[in-house]
Design a protein around this ligand. Structure first.
Ligand SMILES: Nc1ncnc2c1ncn2[C@@H]1O[C@H](COP(=O)(O)OP(=O)(O)OP(=O)(O)O)[C@@H](O)[C@H]1O
Length: 904
């Protein structure tokens, strides 16, 4: 159930309202004011009027609501603090106790908790000091502990004005129509009204004097006020909010309590009375408080059901959705996101939902939201006229349990009590919080009310919405309404641009038809506001033609339902057997008429049994098709054409049978033919029975199974497609990486070859120079190698012709110190190099070390070289290279010093 309001801001410069335009003057005493007299009762009370005007202006221009919130917070709000919550103070209910009332552990039937009241030390609260989490946040509570029922509702929470006559005349319920209910409320004014409302005929027309001027001012042909007379579901005037509520909202609240979604929407220009209509004030409570009283009143009058009430409050400002129940900082940091849910639903997340158990709880939530709204803005007037606020109440209800179902949950009973059909029914007393274990009712924000003991859970949403005029949301709302109206009128299904604004996206499930909608268009009667009023009326006209088809939403616990059907069947069968047993005796005493009645009663019993059997079949199939237990799903009936008519099925079966039994030859004996005909006739009869059974018992469920199976497989197909796309993408990437690697290897191999031939050339030319191996291949120091070589050389006392300079990685460079003029002082060990696998044949990770030599490795290498490389007397080449031309050191000396020295 949602309740909303909206504003039309005049488009003229005067519309910018640092100060709100002068409001109407309410007339008191209200009781004396008739609904239709408000436009004329403007005399006689100047003083009172001025005071009231001042009071109203101050209410509008200062955060007076916040102040009153402070006052209210001082009052003890918690149920526990209230004397009336004990049975001693509770007026005795004249309703008989309902079996199965969930009793508290201590046996008391005290009222469920109400939200915690945040308090500052001084006793005055500020919305900014609101706790980050609330005790009644739905995610923190066990729904079973906060249910509201006829015995927990406080008398003070129920409207004292319950209108029995209205209740009896529920047939007049506008909400039952498949059209939006559209009403006009003309705000009272001290000046001359530009409009002439006629509530008796639900019509409204522009005062001809004003219309002449407005036409002259250039109103478009479309909005030419001269031709403007409008008729709606209701035209309301005056200050009292009660008739407004009764006319435009009560039936929708009633519908919400019965399981339908309902939206009550106030739309109009700035200062036209949306807030007054929806929220009202202390003297004239508006639709929201009255709706809540009715909600509790309804609960009080419905002892057979129990309720979970959750509410949320949000605002759309600059196309950002803000959770008004979250602390402003959190709300600003993480705005609410609108996501698509199952069945065209929308999911708002993160959005706080608070459980309410009393009218005070609701008021507290509203005040907190209102406080947060004001805290979040610097210019309240500006914000007020450009934002949309939505108050939403989710009503979940289920039938109350029988004593048996409560016994099932009794604490003394072992938890392992076999649940029906192997499933556990969520228990009371927090033993198993519904929604946390077992089968969950899906939903955001925490546990939800669970279906129990065969009782379905009805869920409906009551929403009030207040919209503003000049922003994306309202423009889109107009377009959406226009398209919907057009679609309905021309039986088209043009795309509806719900997604173009947050407001329309949020209202999509309702505007798509699954809600009873009541729109109250508020009109500022001033002559200066005629053009805005005219657009409001045109909007009202368009929304009137939108087609609705609201459906009840029920979640059913099928296991328990089936069990209930079974029990009923057994009872019925027993009754039938009883009757049948006495029929022969009784029928002798009965008149012909009574015998007819008797047989009719037995037939009724029989058909009820059949009906229940069919229901069991349907429920079981639906349950299985839910898909939460794969093993219980029937084998995919791939070979059945579900859309085949019974006749086609019959033909198919017959054809199959004939195929199996070849026809008799033409010259077969007559008696054989007769026999065959008789057999076939029998087959046909059998098939007819099968087909009838299929039609009566299986038709519907099978179609559901079919849909389910199709959906399941199309989902799987989608999933597989995604997987294969992912694999393809991955394969592409791998191929690219491999190509890259191949290129890198080729480059390296080319470099290696170039280096090798360079060294070989040097060798051939006798220009040999020691090329540090680290330049040729990645430095992988082998500390022992060079040292060993040096030692080996030492041990050979330089007698050998070759000294190993270094062995780093795979290439070994040797230096010849024999003085043989034909050989280079540096020698490349080709044989060994040849034996090395090509870089292209190596694993990637092993050969990509080149550039990444750490400082330590370089240092180790340098030291190794220092230790192992020496110069032999007479080796001119190296001496020259090192710049030394003089004395040859008698002992080996460092020939490289810094490795940089030998860079080519
Ligand atoms: N029917 C009415 N009877 C008495 N007073 C009314 C009525 N409608 C509106 N008012 C008064 O008119 C003033 C403006 O109304 P209200 O604040 O409800 O307008 P609004 O449409 O919500 O404006 P906005 O969109 O700018 O917030 C208020 O002082 C309110 O009390």
């Amino acid at each position: 159930m949602s309740l909303t309001r909206n504003t039309v801001v005049p488009n003229t410069p005067s519309a910018s309202r640092a100060v709100r335009p002068t409001p109407f003057t309410p007339k008191r005493p209200l009781s004396a004011q008739s609904n239709s007299s408000s436009t004329t009762t403007t005399t006689n009370s100047t003083n009172t009027t001025e005071q009231q005007l001042a009071a109203r202006l101050s209410r509008v221009n200062t955060p007076i609501l916040l102040n009153s919130t402070h006052k209210k917070y001082k009052a003890p709000l918690s149920a526990e603090a209230r004397p009336k919550s004990t049975s001693l103070f509770k007026p005795k209910s004249n309703l008989a106790p309902v079996p199965g009332t969930p009793t508290k552990r201590d046996g008391s039937q005290s009222r469920p908790r109400t939200p915690n009241t945040p308090r500052s030390r001084s006793g005055a609260e500020s919305p900014s000091l609101m706790p980050a989490t609330s005790e009644m946040d739905v995610s923190n509570v066990d729904p079973e502990q906060v249910l509201v029922d006829s015995q927990t509702v406080e008398p003070g929470d129920i409207s004292g004005e319950i209108d029995e006559a209205w209740l009896r005349a529920a047939d007049l319920d506008h909400g039952k129509e498949d059209k939006v209910m559209v009403s006009i409320r003309v705000r009272p004014t001290d000046a001359t009204s530009a409009w002439i409302p006629t509530p008796a005929t639900n019509s409204l027309k522009l005062d001809p004097n004003v219309s002449r001027n407005t036409s002259a001012a250039g109103a478009s042909a479309n909005t030419n006020p001269a031709n403007s007379s409008f008729t709606f579901d209701a035209v309301l005037t005056g200050t009292p909010n009660k008739p407004v509520y009764t006319t435009v909202a009560r039936s929708h609240v009633q519908a919400a309590m019965e399981g339908y979604n309902a939206v009550i929407f106030a739309y109009g220009q700035t200062a036209s009375g949306k807030t007054f209509t929806l929220s009202g004030d202390e003297q004239e409570p508006g639709i929201i408080p009255r709706a809540m009283r009715d909600v509790f009143g309804f609960i009080k009058r419905t002892p057979a059901r129990e309720y979970l009430l959750r509410c949320s409050y949000l605002e759309i400002y600059n196309e950002t959705v803000i959770d008004l129940l979250a602390p402003p900082i959190t709300a600003k940091a993480s705005p609410v996101q609108i996501q698509g849910g199952a069945g065209g639903d929308v999911i708002l997340t993160p959005l706080r939902e608070e459980v309410v158990t009393s009218l005070k709880g609701v008021k507290e939530v509203l005040r907190r939201g209102e406080g947060n709204r004001r805290t979040a803005c610097t210019d309240w007037n500006e914000r007020s006229s450009r934002s949309h606020s939505v108050f939403r109440l989710v009503v979940e209800s289920r039938e109350r349990g029988s004593p048996n179902s409560i016994d099932e949950e009794d604490e003394d009973e072992p938890i392992s009590t076999p649940p029906m059909n192997g499933r556990h029914t969520p228990g009371l007393n927090g033993r198993q919080t519904p929604g946390l274990g077992g089968r969950q009712t899906p939903g955001l924000g925490g546990p939800r009310l669970q279906a129990r003991g065969g009782r379905s859970v009805q869920t409906s949403v009551l929403r009030t919405r207040e919209g503003k005029y000049i922003n994306t949301s309202l423009l889109t709302l107009g377009t959406v309404i226009g398209t919907l109206a057009d679609n309905a009128a021309k039986k088209k299904s043009d795309h509806v641009p719900y997604r173009n604004s947050k407001l329309t996206r949020m209202l999509q499930p309702s505007l798509s038809g699954n809600a009873r909608i009541s729109v109250i268009c508020t009109i500022n009667p001033d002559a200066g506001a005629v053009s805005e009023s005219m657009s409001t009326l045109l909007f009202a006209k368009r929304i009137k033609s939108v087609q609705l088809n609201a459906k009840k939403k029920e979640v059913v616990d099928t296991d328990a339902l089936i069990e209930r059907y079974r029990k009923e069947i057994e009872e019925l069968k027993a009754r039938l057997a009883e009757r049948e047993a006495v029929v022969p005796v009784r029928s002798r005493r009965l008149s012909a008429r009574e015998q007819v009645d008797e047989s009719k009663a037995m037939n009724d019993l029989n058909s009820r049994i059949q009906q229940l059997t069919k229901l069991i079949l349907t429920s079981a199939t639906i349950d299985e098709s839910k898909g939460d237990e794969a093993e219980s799903r029937p084998v995919s009936p791939v070979k059945i054409d579900f859309d085949m008519s019974p006749y086609q099925l019959q033909q198919e079966l017959l054809a199959a049978r004939l195929q199996m039994e070849p026809a008799l030859p033409a010259d077969a004996k007559e008696d054989e033919k007769d026999k065959l005909i008789a057999e076939q006739a029998k087959t046909i009869r059998e098939l007819e029975i099968v087909v009838r059974g299929y039609e009566e018992n299986l038709g519907e469920p099978l179609r559901k199974v079919k849909e389910d199976v199709e959906k399941e497989w199309s989902d799987k197909l989608e999933e597989e497609k995604k997987k294969s796309e992912q694999s393809e993408r991955w394969a592409d990437e791998v191929v690219k990486a491999l190509e890259k690697e191949k290129k890198a290897r080729q480059t390296l191999e080319e470099e290696r070859r170039a280096l090798a031939s360079f060294v070989a050339k040097f060798d051939t030319l006798g220009l040999g120079m020691a090329v540090p191996a680290s330049r040729i291949n990645p430095p992988k120091p082998t500390p022992g190698g060079a040292m060993t070589a040096y030692e080996r050389r030492q041990s050979r006392n330089f007698s050998g012709s070759t000294m190993r300079l270094a062995r780093i990685s795979d290439i070994t460079i040797t230096q010849d110190f024999t003085g043989n003029s034909e050989s280079s002082p540096i020698r490349f060990d080709r044989a060994r190099a040849k034996a090395q696998p090509s870089l292209l044949d190596q694993d990637m990770l092993e050969d990509v070390v080149v550039a990444d030599v750490s400082f330590d490795e370089m240092e180790v290498e340098r030291q190794l070289l220092e230790t192992s490389i020496c110069v032999q007397p007479g080796s001119g080449g190296l001496t020259k290279l090192l710049g030394g031309g003089g004395a040859i050191p008698s002992k080996p000396r460092d020939i490289f010093g810094d490795k940089e020295n030998i860079l080519p």
